[in-house]
Design a binder for this molecule. Structure first.
Ligand code: ADP
Ligand code: MG
Length: 260
């Protein structure tokens, strides 16, 4: 039998932070694997350690104990093979749209012509090539987030990390971005870890959902969603999974984003 090697593997990972004279253990003995081309959604209450999990994979944060493996090797530092997109876009206001996308490519040692071509390809993929010369302030929130995603994809990462990427968007834009991210994912097959506050967003997007919670944080629930997209929320399988997730999420703030 061929054993499939995980793209990302957490082995007994614990992470503590030292805050105002006391140590807080945020994650304790985390064990899970993510496989190539999976779209994994991570749900959990505020402060449960979701961003910390992405930070560990991005290489910004080191575990106190345990191992975070990428292609079976411990993650040492940030690398363009794992890129992170934040809720607030983090674009550079002094660069135009094309240069914002090209910025990530500086580590790739491309010629400036090649960087420009690659950046235009990815702007085209997110439907914004016509805006290449615009400044950041001329774009709407949804457009800025598409630029941020184009920038993260342009370096051709193996793993795309999205931390509540649509949290700041209005409902309509959020829904079109959900369609967009699935389209991009099916086109440029990457491994995706997507943190969200919204149960229904996770049910719409994920191949798999991890629920993080408890004190200290751990994986409370890990389920595969074997339902084709677009998802019909009346599908009995989804109804069951939704109820199982809601049972795990006792914090009321999680229900706020759930009515998409
Ligand atoms: P989530 O993304 O689920 O809301 P986080 O991973 O951001 O949660 O944070 C989990 C906990 O860890 C919070 O209590 C937060 O205050 C703490 N924390 C996160 N990052 C740091 C840090 N760099 N220094 C100190 N404490 C941190
Ligand atoms: Mg967070």
């Amino acid at each position: 039998m061929i054993e499939l090697q995980p793209k990302i593997k957490f082995e007994n990972v614990s992470k503590s932070f030292f805050n105002t004279s006391k140590t807080e253990t945020v994650l304790k003995d985390l064990n899970f694997s993510v496989f190539a081309e999976e779209f994994v959604c991570i749900l959990g209450p505020s402060g449960s350690g979701k961003s910390t999990i992405l930070g560990l994979i991005a290489g910004f944060i080191k575990p106190n104990s345990g191992l975070v493996l990428f292609n079976s090797k411990p993650i040492q530092r940030p690398n363009s093979s794992r890129t992170l997109v934040f809720q607030d876009y983090a674009l550079f206001p002094w660069l135009n749209i094309l240069d914002n996308v090209a910025f990530g490519l500086t580590t790739k040692n491309h010629s400036s012509k090649k960087s420009r071509e690659v950046s235009l390809d990815y702007l085209n993929l997110v439907g914004l090539s016509a805006y290449k010369d615009y400044s950041v302030s001329q774009l709407s929130g949804g457009m800025k987030q598409r630029v941020a995603i184009a920038r993260a994809l342009a370096v051709e990462p193996e793993v795309l990390l999205l931390d509540e990427p649509f949290g700041a968007l209005d409902q309509h834009t959020r829904e079109s971005m959900q369609v967009e991210i699935l389209r991009l994912w099916s086109k440029a097959k990457r491994t995706v870890l997507f943190v969200t506050h919204s149960v229904d967003e996770a049910l719409k997007l994920g191949d798999r959902i991890l629920v993080v919670g408890g004190k200290p944080g751990t994986i409370l629930f890990d389920t595969t969603i074997a339902v084709s997209r677009p998802r019909d929320f009346k599908n009995p399988k989804l109804v069951t999974i939704r109820n199982q997730i809601l049972e795990k999420l006792i914090q009321p703030d999680l229900f706020m984003g759930a009515n998409i």
